[in-house]
Design a protein. Structure first.
Length: 323
């Protein structure tokens, strides 16, 4: 293995000193984060680390689940199934579709390990609270208010961008006479309410008629929500702005009001699966390709006889379960 200059590679907090040329015959990482940057720096330096196959023009497969992020590297003849993002790096060729080469450097990571967002009856009751867990200190922060939602908080969904510091929180509240669905965004410093919807009826605030999720590769986000009709609506976040509301499908597959919504992203892609149930106990599914809804190719009716009006279904990566 050639060594023209030292480079630093880190894996889950452990630093290893390696040579500038990294020859990989088989690389597997599972359920963990793996990060690499040249010269031990954060990001923005020269691409001193060369990732190469031991046999020229023969791709080497990377596999496993987790977060794979590399910075300032030069990559050639690599492939596999693991989703890997290389920032500020060089694509020298013959790399698989699982490798994404992103211009520039990613935003700095959140300075906390976990954030929980929840409603409370403590005044002011319409302000969702947050607490963060600091792994290095082994402690939870004190409760902090975000910004006002509206009356009694019924449902909260929290999602963190896989590529930056943006965090989205959907909060569905019961106002006493109706509903208020607020989309909150944390930009790394402050909370804002990006938009709201009051279409869900007060009676249906007991059901989670919305969900949100980030695409695994792009870091763009999708929110799907009920508008008290048979057709759910959606909006996308591209990192800068939200799209206008639009219907998920041109023609609703059922006639009941959308009551339960579930989004799940497919690892290693920008695809999401949407599963939703209506007031007739019908259950439908459709695929988001990363750019649009595949209404012609993937829309399906799973069942017209769910066993209950509660959320008797779930989706997890490439799995689906219903009752």
């Amino acid at each position: 293995m050639a060594s023209s200059s030292a480079a630093s590679t880190s894996c889950s907090g452990t630093s290893l000193t390696r040579s500038a040329v990294l020859s990989i015959r088989s690389r597997r990482r599972s359920n963990r984060a793996w990060r690499s940057s040249a010269a031990g720096a954060g990001c923005g330096g020269t691409d001193d680390i060369l990732i190469r196959s031991s046999v020229a023009a023969t791709q080497r497969a990377w596999s496993g689940t987790g977060t794979f992020t590399l910075k300032d590297v030069d990559v050639k003849d690599q492939a596999g199934t693991a989703a890997i993002t290389a920032y500020n790096s060089t694509n020298t060729g013959n790399n698989g579709a699982n490798w994404t080469f992103a211009a520039g450097c990613p935003p700095p990571a959140l300075d906390t390990d976990v954030r929980t967002v929840y409603g409370t009856s403590t005044a002011p009751a319409d302000d969702p609270r947050t607490r963060t867990w600091d792994q290095s200190a082994s402690s939870w922060s004190v409760a902090e208010q975000t910004i006002a939602a509206n009356s009694t908080v019924r449902w909260v969904v929290n999602a963190l961008s896989p590529t930056g510091t943006t965090e989205l929180v959907g909060v569905l509240s019961d106002t006493g006479t109706g509903s208020d669905l607020d989309l909150l965004r944390w930009n790394g410093t402050t909370w804002t309410v990006d938009w709201s919807s009051t279409a869900i009826t007060q009676a249906n605030t007991t059901k989670r008629g919305f969900d949100l999720e980030y695409e695994a590769l792009s870091g763009e986000a999708l929110v799907v929500y009920s508008t008290n009709t048979a057709t759910p609506q959606y909006r996308t976040w591209n990192g800068t702005s939200w799209s206008a509301p639009a219907n998920v499908v041109a023609t609703a597959p059922g006639s009941g009001v959308v009551e339960w919504v579930e989004l799940e992203r497919r690892p290693g892609t920008n695809e999401l699966v949407l599963v939703y149930a209506d007031s007739n106990q019908d259950l439908f599914g459709i695929l988001w390709t990363g750019a649009s809804w595949d209404e012609a190719g993937s829309e399906t009716t799973f069942t017209t006889s769910l066993s209950t009006t509660t959320k008797a279904f779930d989706a997890a990566k490439n799995r689906f379960l219903l009752a």
